[in-house]
Design a protein around this ligand. Structure first.
Ligand SMILES: NC(=O)c1ccc[n+]([C@@H]2O[C@H](COP(=O)([O-])OP(=O)(O)OC[C@H]3O[C@@H](n4cnc5c(N)ncnc54)[C@H](O)[C@@H]3O)[C@@H](O)[C@H]2O)c1
Length: 264
């Protein structure tokens, strides 16, 4: 059996794709042949990713928006559909992590995590899944996390873990409701060396009064595979789920964590 990953003709929307994991996913999907609409809060980084997609020979549009409300999500979806003709692949990647103790979190901190991650995932699925079902093909991938597994939560991730567990629950329900032609999965990264992770190392260093580099090395030593993940490690898992190789996978939370939370 010969299977090639060819997403030619498929049209994707990736949220939070101006940098980090989202940018990596947008570029992987484009490299496999998909056209990609790029959302981010930051217009400049969204445009830079859209440019990189075009440089791969695919169509792209940058849609800058804060995706935490229904009108914003509807406008992003409208713009993606207008530019590409539809959306067959939806990747809910936008996220934040404040790395803050529960007792120090404000109500706004809680709302931001829940709205940007869990609520936006609900809003995009609600807006884009009906057309996927009507066309008879769709792939939805939501960014979970290795911490969104029972007994894998870690300190200072209260609202973050709550939002990611919500995403995993929503993924499982959506997989049932959107079947059989639309699959819905989550991908759960471990420690991916992005600006989000750099900020966590710096905060942890400040908390303990040690250099960021020492924290980074401590984290690295926890990894069975010995290196931090790169955005493309996660992007390749997303590509798998959107390809024929992943056709029979739905409702899963695929942990791509380099072995976390096991200790080397
Ligand atoms: N880095 C890791 O180790 C790690 C681990 C597990 C899960 N994740 C998840 O992967 C996803 C991407 O993480 P990353 O490390 O690339 O983070 P990042 O901070 O580097 O990038 C996140 C992107 O999302 C955008 N964004 C934030 N709020 C937004 C909003 N309201 N509307 C639109 N865009 C918004 C940001 O502008 C940024 O470009 C997140 O959902 C994160 O929780 C990351």
């Amino acid at each position: 059996m010969s299977i090639s990953i060819d997403l030619s003709g498929r049209r994707a929307l990736v949220t939070g794709a101006g940098r980090g994991i989202g940018r990596g996913i947008a570029l992987r999907l484009a490299e496999a042949g998909a056209d990609v609409a790029v959302n981010d809060l930051d217009p400049a980084t969204a445009e830079a990713t859209a440019e990189a997609v075009r440089a791969l020979g695919r169509r792209s549009v940058a849609v800058a928006a804060d995706i935490r409300t229904a009108p914003a999500v509807d406008a992003v979806a409208d713009a993606a559909e207008a530019a590409l003709g539809g959306v067959d692949i939806l990747v809910n990647n936008a996220g934040i992590s404040l790395y803050r103790a529960i007792v120090d979190c404000s109500e706004d901190d809680w709302d931001a995590h829940i709205d940007i991650m869990a609520k936006a995932t609900f809003l995009t699925i609600r807006r884009l899944a009906p057309a996927m079902m009507e066309r008879g093909w769709g792939r939805i991938v939501n960014l979970g996390s290795y911490v969104a597994q029972l007994n894998c939560t870690t300190k200072y991730f209260g609202p973050y873990c709550a939002a990611k567990f919500a995403i995993v629950g929503l993924t499982q329900v959506a997989a049932q409701e959107l079947a059989p032609h639309v699959t819905v999965n989550a991908v759960g990264p471990g420690d991916v060396a992005t600006e989000m992770m750099e900020a966590e190392w710096a905060l942890e260093g400040r908390r303990r009064g040690i250099p960021t580099a020492d924290v980074r090395e401590e984290y690295r030593k926890r990894l069975i595979l010995g290196r931090f993940e790169a955005p493309d490690d996660i992007a390749r898992a997303v590509l798998f789920l959107c390809s024929p190789l992943g056709d029979q996978v739905t409702g899963s939370h695929l942990i791509v964590s380099g072995g976390l939370p096991f200790h080397a």
